[in-house]
Design a protein around this ligand. Structure first.
Ligand SMILES: Nc1nc2c(ncn2[C@@H]2O[C@H](COP(=O)(O)OP(=O)(O)OP(=O)(O)O)[C@@H](O)[C@H]2O)c(=O)[nH]1
Length: 804
């Protein structure tokens, strides 16, 4: 046992088990029976090395401590007056478990005696009670056997001092009466100056301390490995200010009342709870433990009273009756206090409704859905086992699985279907844990899935740190795409490779909000019914990762990426690309997303250009309600067989500072309407004002199905391109009979990927890139689907993923 634990243990035993300082003790207290307490202590010699056996005598009569060099000595080596003496436990300094430092004033010097006792028990302090007078709030009353139940020691005396109450028991009524008389006599006598001094000395050295020393229970005692600091408060020694400070620092507060004193329980609601409420954060309530002490005495206050208080006050985590005298429930009390902090029941359970709180149900429902990998509403044995491994690091034995299912099945209908647990069963199981006081099981599950005490997801879980240097971009990596594909397959119940509104709603049911607005259908590819296709779905995630990496991390968190793919954080799913300047210098890029800013005057056909990339002709574009329009369009295209994402961003003339928007992109498109003579002027202005020759730029002549009119500008668009060494204007129309994807987009990605290729060679270069790509594109896409398919096999996420 560590040194500090011995002393702590002895201190607790002296105070609570032997009740040495309270007058309630069953143990004979020698120091009250004889004037002199004699004991052998080992005292450190003058050479400061060896400890020598010395006889010490504590005289109650003289208030002195003496010690003798030899056992038969008549003359003491030193006589120390109590008023000059102080004692401290010093196990470390003395190098012995029961070491004491006795220090006292001699003349103007402080002398030290370093001693230890062979047995810790005898080295503990003893107590005495000072008896003051009536007008100093001392009183004494007797009580009769009727109150106390069958016992030999039935005749009681209650002695009240300004700081606490002492209960004494007598065997016979006559003893009780004699004691009462004697005590009353003392109390009725006025206090002399000597009395005041004696009270002071006695309180300092022999009476139970008003306040227990701060006790630290080391971290390694409990599995959660957090240390516990127990802080006592004494009205007699501390100011209100100190009390308020301690209250505001506390993680849990034990309000102790006496089960034998009705007033003390009344004070819980009339004084302590309001006081704690005022001095604690109302958004972060401190759990309270209601402790009915002296359960060894007959109670005035039943457990029902404390339960009623507990039901009225949500902050009261639990109530417990204990007896400090016979140590009943004392360790439980501290266990509950630790538990109240580490595994509070308040956020999980509503005692009034006798059911879990709605926040807890929501959190567990999300956990169930995340863990139900095939989304069939049942956690089968494989899924239960991987859930168990995730939360508790080990699978369940087949018998434990069966037992668990049987318990649930016996208690509630529809909780087990086939071989698996339904959501109803999963919730019921957790409620059982909570109701049986095993909050820590549910908390382990919740915390593993990212929840913190208020049942919100932890910030570090949703928003792990990710450093993105200024010239880098963020993309999803292969792992994250695999994960997201698994999520898609799980929710595409009809296997039509598109998500219906219901399927999408189900996918986002693990989110506290729907992250995608109605504009998403016009940002990515959809099927004929306007439902987001598999390709559109991945495109939207790509866009989120690129433009709003925090939002993407958060979404991965809600979907449970880091948990299901056993990653340290959501950030493991993101690739931060290298600086674009290095790509250009090395003439190669690993990036797979390229941003193209699309400029053009009002009504020049920018939206048309974006929508045509998603395969929509003018007719289908006209059906898009205004509020569902999007300023982005993203899809894939293949360049030299590599699948790349092109993200088109529509820039608005006049309403934003173009210089801000410009530098981040990889390529710029300047659109003019061939049918509008004023349209090109805007393109020339943007080019001259904001663009440098380093960013590739392409001029697109839109609405090429309309008659071409002469542009009212100092030169024609063709001359302008020649002058600025740009490829000639690319004619484009989305007014086609059938929706079709046009080559222009592949051209844009190719140029964005190879910005250093001379602009004069663009046309040939782009042609090669796209022709070579066409075959590989189909192949590449098919390969991707085949590769990622095993992800959602019933063998579980991880095995599917690893088999890749
Ligand atoms: N004939 C023809 N009309 C087109 C084409 N593209 C767009 N339009 C029409 O031109 C008008 C403007 O098209 P948008 O694509 O909305 O142009 P915009 O530049 O996004 O417009 P603002 O957002 O108002 O600046 C619409 O009435 C479209 O129907 C095209 O290729 N051919």
């Amino acid at each position: 046992m560590p040194l500090s634990s011995v002393l702590r243990d002895q201190w607790i035993r002296a105070k609570y088990e032997r009740r040495e300082f309270t007058g309630e003790s069953d143990h004979p207290q020698r120091e009250y029976d004889s004037d002199i307490l004699e004991s052998i202590l080992w005292k450190k010699g003058k050479d400061k090395k060896a400890f020598l056996k010395r006889t010490f005598q504590l005289s109650r009569k003289e208030f002195t401590l003496r010690y003798f060099v030899r056992e038969d000595s008549k003359v003491p080596k030193a006589v120390i007056y109590m008023k000059d003496l102080n004692v401290a436990f010093q196990p470390e300094k003395i190098g012995h478990n029961h070491g004491l430092q006795i220090f006292y004033l001699q003349g103007e010097h402080t002398r030290n005696l370093f001693v230890y006792h062979e047995s810790g028990k005898d080295a503990t302090e003893r107590g005495a009670i000072f008896i003051g007078t009536e007008n100093h709030s001392y009183s004494v009353t007797g009580f009769s056997p009727g109150k106390r139940g069958p016992s030999r020691w039935n005749w009681g005396i209650t002695m009240r001092t300004p700081v606490r109450e002492f209960i004494f028991l007598c065997e016979h009524e006559q003893d009780q009466q004699e004691w009462l008389e004697a005590l009353r006599e003392v109390i009725s006598r006025p206090m002399t100056r000597q009395d005041y001094a004696t009270r002071y000395i006695k309180q300092r050295i022999t009476e139970v301390p008003y306040r227990a020393e701060e006790i630290t229970i080391p971290a390694d005692v409990i599995p959660e490995r957090v240390p516990t600091l127990i802080v006592d408060y004494s009205e007699a020694e501390q100011t209100d200010e100190q009390l308020f400070q301690e209250i505001s620092k506390a993680n849990v507060i034990c309000i102790v009342y006496s089960v034998s004193d009705k007033r003390s329980i009344e004070k819980v609601t009339s004084y302590w709870i309001p006081l704690i409420t005022v001095h604690t954060d109302k958004y972060n309530r401190v759990p309270l433990i209601l402790v009915g002490n002296k359960s060894d005495l007959p109670g005035n206050c039943s457990m029902e009273t404390s339960l009623a208080i507990m039901n009225q006050h949500r902050d009261i985590e639990t109530c417990v009756e204990c007896s400090a005298k016979n140590l009943k429930n004392i360790s439980e009390l501290f266990f509950y206090a630790q538990k109240a902090v580490l595994h509070p029941s308040g956020p999980l359970y509503c005692p009034k409704k006798k059911y879990m709180t709605s926040l807890c149900v929501q959190a567990l429902t999300r956990i169930f859905k995340v863990s139900d990998l095939d989304n069939d509403g049942i956690l089968n044995d494989d899924q239960l086992n991987s859930f168990q491994r995730t939360c508790f690091n080990s699978p369940l034995s087949p018998k434990a699985l069966d037992d668990m299912k049987n318990v649930v099945r016996r208690n509630i209908r529809d909780a087990v279907l086939g071989d698996g647990l339904t959501l109803k069963g999963f919730l019921f199981l957790n409620m059982l844990f909570i109701q049986r006081g095993r909050h820590e099981t549910t908390w382990t599950i919740l915390r593993r899935f990212g929840y913190e005490d208020d049942l919100g997801l932890h910030r570090d879980y949703l928003l792990p740190e990710l450093k993105v240097p200024p010239d880098a971009t963020t993309e999803l990596n292969h792992d994250a795409y695999l994960f997201l594909q698994g999520i898609f397959d799980k929710h595409d119940k009809d296997h039509d490779s598109a998500l219906s509104p219901e399927e999408l709603k189900d996918l986002f049911s693990v989110f506290p909000y729907i992250p995608w607005g109605p504009d998403v259908s016009n940002t990515v590819c959809t099927n004929d019914r306007g439902w987001i296709t598999y390709q559109g779905y991945l495109s939207q995630w790509t866009l989120t990762a690129y433009l709003d990496v925090d939002g993407c991390l958060e979404s991965l968190g809600y979907l449970g990426y880091s948990i299901l793919f056993a990653q340290e954080s959501q950030a493991a799913g993101i690739t931060v690309t290298r600086d674009k300047k290095i790509d250009i210098k090395k003439r190669q890029t690993q990036r797979s997303v390229f941003l193209c800013n699309v400029f053009g005057d009002f009504q020049s056909g920018k939206s048309g250009f974006l929508q045509a990339f998603l395969g929509r002709n003018l007719r289908s574009q006209r059906k898009i309600p205004k509020e569902h329009r999007s300023d982005y369009a993203i899809s894939t295209t293949y360049v030299y067989g590599q699948e790349k994402y092109l993200l088109l961003h529509k820039m608005f003339p006049g309403d934003c500072d173009l210089s801000d928007a410009y530098p981040a992109c990889d390529i710029v498109c300047l659109l003019y309407d061939v049918g509008n003579p004023f349209s090109f002027k805007y393109c020339a202005k943007v080019y001259q004002q904001y663009l440098d020759s380093k960013t590739p730029c392409m001029i697109i002549a839109t609405k090429s199905d309309l008659p071409v009119v002469r542009q009212l500008y100092s030169c024609t668009p063709m001359e302008f391109c020649r002058k600025h060494k740009m490829p000639p204007p690319q004619f484009f129309s989305c007014n086609t009979v059938t929706p079709r994807r046009q080559a222009i987009y592949t051209k844009l990605v190719t140029v964005a990927m190879y910005p250093y290729v001379s602009q004069a060679k663009w046309n040939n270069f782009c042609l090669c890139a796209s022709v070579g790509a066409a075959v590989l594109a189909v192949l590449g896409f098919a390969l991707h689907r085949v590769l990622v398919k095993p992800w959602c096999s019933s063998a579980g996420l991880l095995s599917g993923h690893r088999s890749l």
